[in-house]
Design a protein around this ligand. Structure first.
Ligand code: SAM
Length: 286
């Protein structure tokens, strides 16, 4: 539920009794795509803002937190990720971070709504700066079917950068989908799922993701919390599922020597993100 009051964009979380607002200078764009209502605003202090169906997706100012944490921990945990698939992620920020890794040979972005990408190219050009990279490939269609159609043992990393688990994204939070991911992954493969807020969803969505990934056959499942000011509670998470390798060990020396600039991620942040708040330890214990 959203309310646009004078020069403020407000996303109301009715069930939580909370709301998040950003002061806006003006609305830059609005359209009803085949899949969702897409809005772009110019905000007073957070740069451009993308909203899908009334939910804040990203701002220019703080998306680096989410995009770096959705990518670098998994890419530095996998021994040698060459083939990477992003499901969703139409703003292209995740793709840009993936392609910072020189060892990645091929990355696919599989986004159901092409209008998200076309508008990101226009209003978030920084996030799209790697779209012309020869390793970047785009498919506009349903990620659930796309993963189902993958050849077995053909992918090293699958990053599910989706909207909340409703509408077209619902099936991306499901045992059957994780089972198809497991089949598509090579040995040592990892799936990464954006897994919502630890404070709001640890005992619901996050716990269910753990159960579903394990049911699907992922031996190792771990949730990494990180800050994200524009999402509900300001605290977000991604959950990693490891096909057959523990997720607690990562290529720390390679992370320290990374040949690219980050703003949030580094090897110390990686280690810190592996630590679990006690309530999550208790909730996620088998
Ligand atoms: N960072 C955001 C968050 O956590 O809310 C997600 C950003 S990204 C824009 C999410 C994208 O997932 C949307 O563009 C949406 O169209 C896409 N999406 C949703 N369901 C999908 C599906 N089944 N297959 C492919 N893309 C999907």
């Amino acid at each position: 539920m959203t309310a646009l009051n004078e020069s403020w964009f407000t996303e109301i979380f009715q069930d939580q009794g909370t709301a998040f607002s950003l002061q806006i200078n003006r609305k830059l764009h609005e359209e009803q795509t085949e899949f969702q209502k897409l809005e772009i605003y110019d905000t007073a202090t957070f740069g451009n803002l993308m909203v899908l169906d009334g939910c804040v997706m990203l701002t220019a100012r703080d998306n680096f937190l989410y995009h770096e944490m959705m990518t670098h921990p998994a890419l530095f945990t996998h021994k040698n990720p060459k083939n990477v698939v992003i499901i969703g992620g139409g703003d292209c920020g995740t793709l840009r971070e993936v392609l910072r890794h020189p060892g990645v040979e091929e990355a696919w972005q599989v986004e159901i709504d092409e209008r998200v990408t076309r508008n990101s190219e226009k209003y978030f050009p920084d996030l799209c700066e790697s779209n012309e990279d020869p390793r970047a490939n785009f498919f506009f269609g349903d990620g659930i079917q796309w993963i189902r159609d993958r050849a077995p043992n053909s992918v090293d990393l699958i990053i599910v950068d989706s909207t909340d688990p409703v509408g077209p994204a619902e099936g991306l939070f499901a045992t059957d989908f994780y089972r198809d991911c497991l089949l598509a992954l090579r040995d040592g493969g990892i799936v990464v799922q954006q897994s919502e807020s630890p404070l709001l969803h640890a005992d619901t969505i996050i716990k269910t993701i753990h159960q579903d990934m394990k049911k699907a056959g992922f031996d190792h499942v771990h949730t990494l919390p990180f800050p994200q000011p524009v999402y509900p509670t300001g605290w977000w998470s991604c959950t990693l599922g490891g096909k057959d390798k523990p997720l607690r060990y990562f290529r720390e020396a390679d992370a320290a020597d990374r040949p690219f600039v980050t703003r949030y991620y580094n090897e110390a942040i990686h280690k810190a993100a592996l630590a679990q708040p006690q309530f999550m330890v208790d909730l996620l214990a088998d």
